[in-house]
Design a binder for this molecule. Structure first.
Ligand code: HEC
Ligand code: HEC
Ligand code: HEC
Ligand code: HEC
Length: 213
């Protein structure tokens, strides 16, 4: 009798304990999911270049590097920049928050959000519009997002909208102009060619040079 009672008591404890454990696990899993996208780090354009440089795949890196966005930090050292800065009493635009805010990726975010591969010289890089890349940049993840088996937002990949451009192209911008998302996106377009499938063409994988610079 005593033995049975003790056994029942232990069983009851185990059941209660497992309930606590499940609740705790659930809370942990939830916190983890929330953290997943939000603790993504900026990796810099060189990381994206590894997989987005081939002409067959749409040469996103080349197209970006020929755009003004790629030059946005360097532009802050131009004569025109110095003129604008002088009027505002700013000595060095490349060191001033008032200018860097829109001429560099992620300016103002905490220092621990930037990997050592990130450099300000890249100006308005891929991650200015697509979000910090450390969580989505794995090949399997990227392919999953492309194939819609994974959700972009779970990995911090931003699908650009009007709001994305408004962060910088607003009334406070140099020139004070808003841009229309559709029209302005066409000017910087870097699409994946229709029907392109990575690895489908011979030598495609090699050309991408994944994993190395
Ligand atoms: C290890 C390789 C790899 C790296 C690094 C990488 N990507 Fe990708 N990315 C891919 C693949 C594979 C696809 C699927 C389409 C394709 O094959 O081009 C893709 C697709 C995308 C897409 C389209 C997603 C969609 O919904 O269609 C975007 C946007 C993108 N990448 C941005 C980036 C950015 C920004 C970086 C740098 C932070 C980056 N990628 C780094 C491999 C990579
Ligand atoms: C709110 C965002 C924002 C801030 C802050 C900002 N810029 Fe700009 N800047 C832009 C945008 C957007 C453009 C592109 C404007 C266009 O082409 O319509 C630009 C363009 C420029 C250009 C090129 C202009 C040309 O005519 O070719 C220079 C130079 C420049 N900015 C300097 C500065 C300096 C210096 C500061 C700091 C005093 C600064 N910017 C602050 C958003 C900003
Ligand atoms: C100024 C903002 C901006 C920057 C910087 C930028 N992109 Fe994009 N990217 C966009 C927009 C806008 C689209 C189109 C989204 C759409 O079609 O809805 C896009 C689409 C893409 C696509 C998917 C194209 C497709 O056909 O589905 C890839 C891949 C991509 N970008 C990679 C990159 C890479 C890599 C870089 C840096 C080398 C980069 N982007 C820099 C705004 C940007
Ligand atoms: C982080 C700030 C930032 C964001 C976000 C941003 N831009 Fe820009 N954009 C700039 C700056 C700064 C310049 C001017 C760079 C220069 O002249 O040196 C610029 C220039 C441009 C230009 C001038 C033409 C050219 O040849 O590049 C176009 C077009 C443009 N942006 C479109 C867009 C679109 C579309 C989006 C949203 C999908 C966008 N930008 C998001 C900061 C930004």
């Amino acid at each position: 009798m005593k033995m049975l009672r003790a056994t029942l008591w232990i069983a009851a404890c185990l059941i209660a304990w497992s309930g606590v454990a499940t609740a705790a696990d659930e809370a942990k899993a939830e916190a983890k999911a929330e953290k997943k996208a939000s603790d993504a780090l900026y990796v810099g354009v060189k990381k994206c270049k590894m997989c987005h440089k081939s002409e067959k795949g749409g040469a996103q890196f080349r197209i970006w590097s020929e755009s003004k966005h790629a030059n946005a930090y360097k532009e802050l050292a131009s004569e025109k920049a110095m003129e604008i800065a002088k009027e505002k009493g700013i000595e060095d635009p490349q060191k001033a928050d008032e200018c860097l805010a829109c001429h560099v990726t992620g300016h103002g975010e905490p220092a621990e959000m930037f990997k050592s591969t990130f450099v300000a010289e890249d100006g308005v890089g891929c991650e200015s519009c697509h979000g910090a890349g450390s969580k989505y940049m794995k090949k399997k993840t990227m392919q999953g997002i492309r194939d819609e088996t994974l959700k972009a937002e779970d990995y911090g990949l931003v699908v650009p909208t009007q709001e994305t451009c408004d962060k910088c192209h607003n009334e406070k911008a140099t020139g004070g102009k808003h841009v229309d998302f559709k029209e302005a996106s066409e000017k910087i377009a870097h699409p994946i060619p229709e029907g392109y499938k990575r690895g489908a063409a011979a030598g495609d994988e090699k050309e991408e040079g994944e994993g190395e610079e």
